[in-house]
Write a protein that binds this ligand. Structure first.
Ligand SMILES: [Zn+2]
Ligand SMILES: [Zn+2]
Length: 286
């Protein structure tokens, strides 16, 4: 498992590599632009080159991009879909440029619209975005929330992948905080194993490219997306030990997206905590 966290790109893409190294990360996740604005950050081929060189010189193995939060590929509003598509294409092109392991996406939300046409619209936009880029995988994240986010369970993730053409570059990212909030009991070895069996049957483990490691401020099934620092939430140390030691996650990047001690994102302590929880979890399984 490659343990790391979300880091800032303030001052330039390549700075994220330094921040990841300072935190003893083995993988990092970045925003390629402000996640709450549509305005894209322009990068040059030199920026990509500098980033790749910094990665090569570091102990980091993988970088993953998180797409803009405003994206709603399922929106009924043409303008929102157009902006979402532009933003997603941009993210995938940057992913190609820096050799990212994937672009993580919350596919969209129904916002009261019927389910099937929403999935269809999302699938169409995702397929088009993939066609405009070359290599970077697109990873649909399982979601939690009240606005009808698509991807709250594995049937929905599978539907989205099918609607987007089920190509090889379509993958998934599982967030343990979202799983718990969406009603998946994952806090014991057997319970998590059952959940991953279901994921494998419906989506396919070969599509799982990364996991997000967050504790949850809200209890099982509360259906809200609120990250807590590791060990301070409803998953707790026990639940996180189970998640981090799941054998089928062995080769994946595991990225922390918690507030951290100062609210600026996962710090060195969070990364250290995750590594320790994994070690303890592995010991308990033997
Ligand atoms: Zn996440
Ligand atoms: Zn979240």
């Amino acid at each position: 498992m490659l343990i790391g966290g979300h880091v800032s790109t303030a001052g330039g893409l390549a700075n994220a590599v330094e921040r990841g190294s300072e935190r003893d990360c083995e993988a990092i996740q970045i925003f390629h632009q402000s996640p709450r604005m549509w305005r894209p950050t322009a990068y040059t081929d030199d920026d990509f080159e500098a980033f790749r060189q910094a990665m090569d010189a570091s102990r980091l193995d993988v970088v993953v991009i998180h797409a803009v939060y405003l994206i709603n590929c399922a929106s009924k509003e043409r303008e929102v879909r157009r902006k979402s598509l532009t933003s997603l294409k941009h993210a995938l092109r940057i992913g190609d440029g820096i050799g990212a392991g994937g672009v993580v996406l919350h596919a969209g939300a129904r916002k009261g619209e019927p389910h099937e046409p929403s999935v269809k619209r999302a699938g169409k936009a995702i397929r088009e975005a993939l066609e405009s880029s070359e290599r970077c995988p697109l990873l649909l994240e399982n979601t939690a929330g009240t606005q009808g986010p698509l991807g709250r369970n594995f049937d929905e993730l599978a539907e989205l992948i099918d609607a987007a053409g089920a190509g090889k570059r379509l993958g998934a990212c599982l967030d343990c905080c979202h799983l718990l909030a969406s009603g998946f009991e994952i806090r014991s070895i057997d319970a998590l194993a059952g959940v991953i069996d279901e994921f494998d049957a419906k989506v396919g483990l070969e599509r799982l490219h990364c996991v997000h490691v967050n504790d949850s401020k809200v209890p099982l099934g509360a259906n809200r997306d609120r990250h807590a620092n590791l060990g301070d939430g409803e998953l707790g140390r026990k639940g996180l030990r189970v998640f981090l030691s799941e054998p089928r996650f062995e080769d994946l990047p595991a990225l922390i997206e918690t507030p951290g001690s100062d609210g600026h994102g996962p710090d060195r302590n969070e990364v250290r905590t995750a590594k320790r929880l994994r070690r303890d979890g592995l010991r308990q399984r033997t």
